[in-house]
Design a protein around this ligand. Structure first.
Ligand code: CTP
Ligand code: CA
Length: 223
């Protein structure tokens, strides 16, 4: 890692990362979201910057500071992120989707505040676009694309299924049930899954994990 930081192996490369949660509006005062804090994606962006890359970080609503030297692009909803990624991915060499993208959004956004009437509120949800699948299906030559999978059960089986279904080059699998991994932690415990290889990593800081992920993605590009 020391060596890598000094030799700037990502110099001249463009790295596009997404981080944090999406928000889907229900009415002018409410939204549906998730527990993502953006820490993992921000850590990858810092690591990519240290390795010399030209870094763009698409980020949802998080309470983290902008990273000096990194181009920051905010998004709110999954559709915002989709538009952003379609545009920014055109010139990216590496794409890492660490954002926690909402799978569904309310079908209709109420124009006025929804009033509390009945005992039950029924909201119809429709599916959001799968951004990672889209990026992989429309990738330019040489692009390396990495996704994440955070699971509560059957981690490796689910992550392998995602690698194939989405046609990604790598999935970073992490379990919500593992100590030292999860949403607001500063550490993570991950398994890196590619078509050829499954690599279990020990618990490490999200920053170090960012460096390891980028190192493994760089070696995928070499062969
Ligand atoms: N992802 C995406 N667009 C979506 C949903 C997910 O790009 N609409 C990306 C995430 O950023 C992540 C990867 O796909 O890199 C896996 O996300 P995950 O939610 O685990 O996968 P899903 O296909 O949504 O499956 P699940 O039913 O487990 O939520
Ligand atoms: Ca999902």
């Amino acid at each position: 890692i020391e060596y890598a930081l000094h030799s700037h192996p990502l110099k001249g490369k463009r790295v596009l990362i997404s981080a944090g949660p999406t928000r889907e509006s229900m009415d002018p005062v409410r939204f549906i979201s998730n527990h993502s804090t953006g820490k993992m994606g921000y850590a990858i962006a810092r690591a990519a910057f240290l390795l010399g890359a030209d870094v763009t970080l698409a980020h949802g609503p998080v309470s983290l500071k902008d990273i000096p030297g990194v181009t920051m692009k905010p998004f709110i909803s999954a559709n915002d992120l989709f538009e952003l990624m379609k545009e920014e991915s055109k010139k990216a060499d590496y794409i890492i989707m660490s954002a926690a993208v909402g799978d569904y959004r309310p079908q209709d956004v109420a124009k006025e505040k929804i009033k509390k009437n009945d005992d039950c509120l029924h909201v119809e949800f429709i599916k959001n676009p799968d951004i990672l699948s889209y990026l992989c299906a429309n990738r330019t030559n040489q692009q390396i694309i990495c996704g994440f999978a955070m699971e509560t059960n059957d981690l490796i089986a689910h992550a392998k299924e995602k690698l194939l279904r989405k046609n990604a080059d790598m999935i970073v699998a992490n379990s919500l049930r593992t100590k030292g991994a999860g949403f607001a932690t500063d550490t993570n415990v991950a398994t890196l899954i590619t078509k050829e290889n499954t690599e279990d990593l020990p618990m490490m800081s999200k920053e170090d994990l960012g460096l390891v992920i980028l190192d493994r993605l760089m070696s995928l590009k070499e062969d």
